[in-house]
Design a protein around this ligand. Structure first.
Ligand SMILES: [Zn+2]
Ligand SMILES: [Zn+2]
Length: 191
């Protein structure tokens, strides 16, 4: 099992990684901090992956959920009912109004279940009946959902982030800024 050590945001790690992103993309000030795609025998870098699981876990998970549905009083069940109720407006003329309405409904639902609500928060895995936590088949290493966003091969050091680098980020080994600078230096020399 890999370690999971948090990396602080806004303490200079972004700027260190910028150097390699700038070299690969040719964009000097890569302000969006999303990362880019590159890989060689020294390192790999890839942006956060927004898509679905690409390994066999998804199939197993779907099968598991069919056999073990969420209970009637689970948050997910109510969320599903809410989601379904909005599917009937595919061509709704005022999409912003619809989004606002839906956000309000989600907020209300969260209140009922005492779930802290934040706009844009992923609610789809907040199971209150325990079905989700009992499923624990892990993703295969090649699955796009679990590939690291930065991988330094000589030390098998992996960094993960959410959407932009060092947001909700963690690394699989102890890391200091000095060490990270050295790593990025080695990556730069390998291109
Ligand atoms: Zn997967
Ligand atoms: Zn549930």
């Amino acid at each position: 099992m890999n370690k999971r050590i948090e990396i602080p945001r806004g303490e200079g790690y972004e700027e260190i990684l910028d150097a390699i992103v700038a070299r690969i993309t040719g964009i000097e000030h890569f302000k969006h901090h999303t990362g880019c795609y590159f890989g060689n025998n020294v390192f790999e870098i890839r942006p956060y992956y927004f898509g679905e699981c690409t390994c066999s876990r998804k199939k197993e998970f779907d099968k598991y959920l069919l056999e073990n549905p969420h209970t009637k009083d689970c948050f997910i069940t109510d969320l599903q009912i809410l989601n379904d109720s909005y599917k009937k407006y595919p061509n709704y003329h005022n999409i912003n109004k619809l989004k606002a309405e839906r956000a309000n409904e989600e907020r209300r639902l969260c209140m009922i279940y005492s779930i802290p609500y934040k706009s844009g928060k992923n609610l789809n895995n907040i199971c209150t009946c325990g079905v989700l936590s009992k499923f624990n088949v892990v993703h295969e290493a090649h699955c796009l959902q679990v590939l690291p966003n930065f991988y330094f091969k000589p030390e098998e050091l992996k960094i993960y982030w959410y959407k932009t680098y060092f947001r909700d980020s963690y690394v699989t080994q102890e890391l200091t800024k000095e060490k990270f600078k050295n790593i990025i230096g080695e990556c730069l020399r390998s291109i």
